[in-house]
Design a protein around this ligand. Sequence first.
Ligand SMILES: NC(=O)C1=CN([C@@H]2O[C@H](COP(=O)(O)OP(=O)(O)OC[C@H]3O[C@@H](n4cnc5c(N)ncnc54)[C@H](O)[C@@H]3O)[C@@H](O)[C@H]2O)C=CC1
Ligand SMILES: O=C(O)[C@H]1O[C@H](OP(=O)(O)OP(=O)(O)OC[C@H]2O[C@@H](n3ccc(=O)[nH]c3=O)[C@H](O)[C@@H]2O)[C@H](O)[C@@H](O)[C@@H]1O
Length: 432
Amino acid sequence: MSERTAEPAGVGVAGAGYVGLTTAACLAHLGHRVTCVDTDAAKVTALRAGQVPIAEPGLPELVEQGLSDGGLAFTTDLAALREPALVFLCLPTPTGDRGAPDLGAFDDALAQLRGGLRPGCVVVIKSTVPVGTADRVADTLGVSVVSNPEFLREGHAVHDFLHPDRVVVGARDETAARAVAGLYAGLDAPLLHTTPASAELAKYASNAFLAVKASYVNELAELCERLGADVVDVVRTMGLDNRIGSAFLSPGPGWGGSCLPKDTRALLHTAGESGLDFSVLADAVAANARQCDRVVAKVRHAVTGSAEGSLAGLRLGVLGVTFKAGTDDVRESPALAVAERLAAEGAQLTAYDPGAQADLRLEHVHLVDDPLLVAKDAAGIVVLTDWPQFRDLNWAQLGQLAEQATVVDARNLLDPGELGQAGFAYWGLGRR
Ligand SMILES: NC(=O)C1=CN([C@@H]2O[C@H](COP(=O)(O)OP(=O)(O)OC[C@H]3O[C@@H](n4cnc5c(N)ncnc54)[C@H](O)[C@@H]3O)[C@@H](O)[C@H]2O)C=CC1
Ligand SMILES: O=C(O)[C@H]1O[C@H](OP(=O)(O)OP(=O)(O)OC[C@H]2O[C@@H](n3ccc(=O)[nH]c3=O)[C@H](O)[C@@H]2O)[C@H](O)[C@@H](O)[C@@H]1O
């Protein structure tokens, strides 16, 4: 169903990744005329043919719709951003030196846009960038700049863009703020007008808070194990308190992905530069590294029967390589971090992931397209990503194929009772 409500406006989008492509396709869906520019020629060619290179539900349909009704166009030519009244910057900001974001791609685009934007153009920063960037961009480009950070989750990108919990517009210029807010007029979401600095910091603060929450629950799971409590019951009890909320309370092999790790590093860097020892956040990051160690230790113990056992030469099956369920993204995947450590101890790893891209090749892991192959002759199976499909596998059959029916469920995804009935020794997190 079309959600065209606002006045059509010419919009340019620089970057056609998770955020840029979603922004472009969704704004076209909302009735705006959008030109999306990416320097990756192969990506642009594919997009022009309606091929969406990332796994995001609903995105291919919106791209197809935009291409066919003419509301959405793709190009490699940054000069196409001279015409639109609003230009979104959705460029990558990966980790650079000492945890600070690497703004190389972002600044390259700025250099190309300098002097080439139409008078009165508003530049909108959607990339996650350090506090002060909007003001710097305004000085560089000589136009109004609005900070409008994005909060979508991978795997839910279209849904989250069209149904956001909030839209934040950080601007010094009231007219520019109104122009950006107007783009979202068709959405039912609280709109916050802030300074650019507050909008920029709110983005980092949100991701960092999620990271702290996930690290808290991972440490809590360890405590549950030591005290003989069940973390599933403990977090269910916590989550029913509205002040805490039930989201982001599942223990796992650590939090990863393309954003939480880099954004926590960036915020720690910013805090450090300003002289603040943001120790709560630093501890959450350190706890995340320990979580990988814990899962590796648990696998060692479960599979060899001893905390000091050797994994050398043992075949292990791995379920999940993406950083979470519902995505094809393996950037900073905790599953791969654990796999790499297991491989370093000499284990031979065969992995299955329902979301991994067909051409994905991994250094330490043999990827297969059938979960049964993961179990074959395995000394143990390790669940590292929370794909719900793993619950529905024929575990009795997996148990028969395995040399040793042991499962380490590093996502607490499976039902221990059912696994027991299927003949497995079950090892979860925080629930022994
Ligand atoms: N991935 C996510 O879920 C979210 C990401 N963000 C932030 O959004 C920004 C973009 O992230 P992603 O979309 O994940 O990145 P991505 O890596 O998926 O996409 C970036 C795109 O920009 C293109 N590009 C690089 N340099 C360019 C240039 N000079 N001109 C035009 N295109 C260029 C690349 O070819 C690529 O297609 C980052 O700052 C990230 O922190 C914010 C919220 C969610
Ligand atoms: O800035 C970004 O890029 C985005 O980063 C995260 O989104 P995303 O990276 O898609 O991933 P999440 O769903 O937040 O999961 C992050 C990691 O935490 C882990 N996690 C999450 C929840 C939980 O209870 N336990 C847990 O271990 C996940 O498995 C995953 O490894 C934020 O949730 C988005 O709001 C934000 O826009």
